[in-house]
Design a binder for this molecule. Structure first.
Ligand SMILES: Cc1cc2nc3c(=O)[nH]c(=O)nc-3n(C[C@H](O)[C@H](O)[C@H](O)COP(=O)(O)OP(=O)(O)OC[C@H]3O[C@@H](n4cnc5c(N)ncnc54)[C@H](O)[C@@H]3O)c2cc1C
Length: 424
């Protein structure tokens, strides 16, 4: 059977059915990218725009992983910012300011340049799940504005929440008008089409089985081989590739989304009067937004055992109804899940496994923007400008010297701890 995207609202509304061939035989190129999600495709585009020959190998289909399944929230910055500031000081603060909207800029330029139809809308909001969380949101906005980096940020106090959301669950909010939301699978497919148009050779249904650095780097699949000057492990691909600095670094954990039937214009206006993407301020958070055809896409992590729930609809529905009682009898048309790659420091892991094998992974559920930043930083490094790449590579990560199974059990325990802290 040919590989397909999992059943989701995104797959049902995908607007590009391009199929790329499987790799057969040996080819030579400048850079071989492993993984056809946002990390891989955005790196390939950033490289081809700099004049490199690039091959992308995807095990399933373009956008098959988290990139084609996520909440579609395009959120400024990257996860783990406090850790970056703490470890890198002034250089870290400058880096964060420089890259905060870099992913947005890249995405917006590509949408325009390549006419990618992916329902981009501006406006993203973090809502305070507890009254005490407002202090953090207010001081974040004040700090950003004092640093001259607060355009488009606004605080919404509890009394004004009716103007931004039809829910009584929250105690205020912070809006970022430069962030927003989009149809992630259509963005991934559109970027892949653009990359192919610029000469990137893309192969689907081509799982990489061997990644070899050294003097003559190559990547092998069952039926083919790519010889390259550099290899990029773009996203989490295979535990056997997690060697050297990647060992014990990353723990995939589940996140799930339900999509309602299309809401009437009246109900959509009531629940989301400004059509903002929303995430709450809990560590184990809910995130939601309206799709272009007015469905409520409501996501969250709905178990703490780190096992997929048996019934995603029934597990997420109570939370949807708690936040929006007006959606009580609404039909749920789709339910799906994917893996979020967690690193314990929460800073995306960008670096080199060997001198010519680069990696980028671990966006901690914050990857729409961050993958595009990472793609640019890695492409820039391959082209010889190392400044931003070096800063990422300098970050000291926490690694667990245990296997994946035990690591995931520990992560589940950690999640439970944070969930209890959120609730209490
Ligand atoms: C349910 C969910 C909701 C999320 N919501 C948001 C959100 O709203 N906003 C946000 O910013 N982020 C969100 N994220 C996180 C975001 O989706 C990811 O950080 C991002 O998509 C990671 O992209 P990637 O390319 O690194 O990984 P992926 O998209 O997972 O791509 C990796 C690719 O590698 C391929 N692959 C695996 N093994 C091999 C192999 N051996 N050979 C070749 N290819 C291989 C896979 O098939 C896959 O296509 C969410 C994630 C999930 C799961």
């Amino acid at each position: 059977m040919p590989a397909t995207h999992i059943n989701s609202y995104y797959a049902a509304t995908a607007n590009d059915d391009t199929r790329y061939p499987a790799l057969k035989g040996t080819i030579k190129t400048d850079v071989c990218v492993v993984g056809g999600g946002f990390s891989g495709i955005s790196t390939a585009l950033s490289l081809v725009e700099r004049g490199y020959q690039v091959v992308v190998l995807e095990a399933n289909r373009i956008g098959w992983g988290a990139s084609g399944r996520n909440g579609g929230q395009m959120i400024a910055g990257i996860s783990g910012e406090h850790r970056i500031e703490g470890q890198l000081g002034e250089a870290g603060r400058k880096l964060l300011k420089d890259i905060r909207y870099l992913g947005h800029d890249i995405i917006e330029k590509r949408i325009e340049r390549h006419q990618i139809r992916c329902d981009l809308k501006h406006g993203w909001m973090e809502v305070a799940a507890r009254p005490r969380h407002m202090d953090g949101l207010r001081s974040y906005v004040a700090e950003r504005q004092a640093a001259g980096d607060g355009d488009g940020l606004e605080v919404v106090e509890a009394a004004d929440m009716g103007r931004v959301i039809g829910s009584r669950s929250y105690h205020g909010a912070m809006i970022d008008r430069r962030s927003g939301h989009l149809h992630p699978l259509n963005l991934a497919l559109g970027e892949a089409r653009a990359a192919a148009g610029l000469g990137v050779k893309i192969f689907e249904e081509s799982p990489v089985t061997t990644v070899s650095g050294g003097a003559k780097p190559f990547v092998a699949t069952e039926h083919g081989r790519v010889e390259a000057n550099a290899i990029v492990l773009a996203g989490y691909s295979d535990p056997s590739f997690q060697t050297g600095p990647l060992r014990g670094l990353l723990f995939p954990t589940g996140s799930y989304i339900i999509a309602t039937e299309p809401l009437s214009e009246r109900v959509a206006q009531e629940v989301s009067p400004q059509d903002l993407a929303v995430a709450d301020s809990n560590v184990v958070l809910d995130y939601f937004r309206l799709s272009a055809d007015r469905r409520m896409l409501f996501g969250g992590r709905c178990n703490y055992s780190n096992r997929d729930p048996r019934d995603i609809r029934e597990t997420l529905r109570p939370r949807l109804e708690e936040v929006f009682p007006q959606l009580k009898d609404v039909r749920l048309d789709y339910a799906w899940g994917g893996k979020i790659d967690i690193v314990l420091t929460r800073v995306p892991a960008i670096g080199r496994r060997e001198p010519n094998v680069y990696y980028m992974q671990g966006y901690c559920g914050h990857g729409v923007n961050a993958t595009h930043i990472a793609g640019d930083v890695v492409a820039e490094a391959i082209a010889g400008t190392m400044e931003r790449f070096d800063l990422f590579e300098k970050i000291r990560h926490v690694r667990l010297p245990v296997g994946q199974f035990l690591g995931n059990q520990l992560l589940a325990l950690g999640m439970l701890y944070y969930r209890l802290r959120d609730v209490l």
